[in-house]
Design a protein around this ligand. Structure first.
Ligand code: DX5
Ligand code: ZN
Length: 226
């Protein structure tokens, strides 16, 4: 188990796009570890969001690593485009990818960090043969496609299993969780073994503001590490 501080990855899906640079700047100031960019194609998930031009603009607005969560069919068609736009890591879903190993190797060949994502109904066991090749695992704690959904509590035992697998097979691999993460659910995921938390509405949708929301989220999460 990683004894370092829990890292926060604010998801811009919940940001005010008219003030994106400013909001990301606030998150950077407040200690964000990376910025999470949710890409949706209306096919892999029933929603549309953003593409590489947003990454390109963000690249000029922040020094933080940009991680790109590809909720799209045929991610292989877009790897180069996102890397050229400035993505530092690409997160690829296990679901629907018949050649996941190839996709993972292609991201590595592009010199970027690579993560594999599993949906709530997908068991931890599918990671067994790919874990050694990745830098992070993202466990979805909601069904992907929308922000501000309710955390699915039955994903907690799976997070524990993934933590055990990482400690055994690939120590140092990040274990990230995404969906419904707030001050109440964050400590549960950290207790189960997560070390990176994606949060959209709990950060950019918080009435107290980005900095205060991140402080609260980080404090609750890190209490579990002590
Ligand atoms: C959901 C996305 C998430 C989303 C999380 O499909 O992958 O990254 O932005 O939003 P919240 O934190 O509001 O659940
Ligand atoms: Zn995401």
């Amino acid at each position: 188990m990683d004894k370092g501080m829990v890292k926060l990855a604010p998801s811009i899906l919940a940001a005010d796009f008219a003030h994106l640079g400013k909001q990301v700047g606030e998150a950077e100031q407040a200690g964000a570890d990376r910025i999470h960019v949710d890409v949706m194609d209306g096919h892999f998930v029933p929603n549309l969001s953003m593409g590489a031009p947003i990454v390109q603009s963000l690249r000029r607005a922040t020094r933080l690593p940009l991680e790109t969560h590809l909720m799209i069919s045929d991610p292989d068609f877009f790897l180069e485009e996102f890397v050229e736009a400035g993505s530092d890591s690409l997160l690829i879903h296990w679901e629907g990818n018949n050649n996941l190993h190839r996709t993972v190797q292609r991201v590595k060949a592009l010199g970027k960090r690579v993560g594999v994502v599993i949906n709530p109904a997908t068991p931890a066991s599918v990671l067994e043969e790919i874990l050694q090749d990745v830098d992070q695992v993202l466990v979805m704690t909601v069904n992907p496609g929308f922000g501000a959904q309710h955390f699915i509590h039955t994903t907690l035992p799976k997070i524990r299993r993934v933590r055990e697998m990482i400690d055994e097979i690939k120590p140092g691999c990040d274990l990230e969780v995404d969906g419904g993460i707030d001050a109440t659910t964050a400590p549960l995921t950290v207790d189960a073994g997560a070390n990176v938390l994606v949060a959209g509405s709990a950060i950019f949708g918080a009435s107290e503001g980005v900095a205060a929301a991140m402080k609260r989220l980080g404090a609750g999460a890190n209490q579990k590490k002590m």
